[in-house]
Design a protein around this ligand. Structure first.
Ligand SMILES: Nc1ncnc2c1ncn2[C@@H]1O[C@H](COP(=O)(O)OP(=O)(O)OP(=O)(O)O)[C@@H](O)[C@H]1O
Length: 219
């Protein structure tokens, strides 16, 4: 299995505290890696750094073998359209817009081919179970419904190398949990690596590898 991403000597500090120190990891294509650990241990911050949205970290990150620090601003923009999909913990949906408008905007941001956008948005809405409330404003949705919209948006990227999901089953019922599992299966079967930040034991058990942050060093 080739690696979608590797990090060597990854070190992240925030607010005067070292969250991650000298961490080496690889995120293989076709596999699920769980990132777990106690609240405040740095999981979300690490997810933002590994997806190259937050560059305030040291160490070497490579994506498909290319060192991130050698990428131009333009390559990074392209990488965020085609290669790495991040679903952040706070979802970052536009509350005042309808579900459909959020997804249309995401399709535009990803520069999906104009002629295919309608078909792709319709397809991901059906796949994630949001079609029935596509016209509703996001502000009026429940937590689980909002999560489905976020998953739909993440699913819009067509052939990602890496999908980073931050707490995708937070507050989920059985059917949303099953949807997350199914989508992870689809992504890995299509050759993507999946990094899932989670406290959910079901996801940890499903993962091919588990990275724990915040453990006390053993004596
Ligand atoms: N920009 C920042 N400035 C100061 N402190 C920060 C900053 N960003 C994150 N932190 C702190 O770093 C720590 C790790 O935060 P992070 O959100 O990565 O943890 P987490 O493991 O994802 O937690 P949770 O399980 O609660 O979601 C927290 O104590 C947070 O307050």
């Amino acid at each position: 299995m080739t690696d979608a991403l590797t990090a060597t000597g990854l070190t992240i500090a925030r607010g005067g505290r070292t969250l991650v120190e000298d961490l080496d990891l690889s995120l293989p294509r076709g596999a699920v890696t769980a990132l777990t650990g106690p609240n405040g241990s740095g999981k979300s911050t690490t997810a933002w750094c590994l997806s190259l949205h937050d560059r305030d970290c040291s160490g070497v990150i490579t994506v498909d073998g290319v060192p991130a620090r050698e990428m131009s601003a333009r390559s990074l923009r392209s990488l965020h359209r085609r290669t790495i999909a991040l679903q952040p913990q706070d979802l970052l949906l536009e509350d005042s817009w309808s579900v459909a408008r959020n997804l249309w905007h995401a399709a535009w941001s990803l520069a999906l081919p104009w002629r295919q956008r309608t078909g792709l948005v319709t397809e991901v809405m059906a796949r994630t179970g949001v079609t029935a409330f596509a016209r509703r404003r996001v502000a009026s949705l429940s937590g689980g419904e909002r999560m489905r919209v976020a998953l739909a948006r993440t699913r819009l990227m067509r052939e990602p190398a890496l999908v980073v999901l931050d707490e995708p089953t937070a507050g989920s019922d059985e059917s949303l949990g099953a949807l997350v599992m199914d989508l992870m299966e689809e992504w890995t079967k299509a050759g993507a690596g999946v990094l899932v930040v989670t406290h959910d034991q079901r996801l940890v058990e499903r993962a091919d590898d588990v990275i724990r942050l915040g453990d006390e060093p053993s004596a």
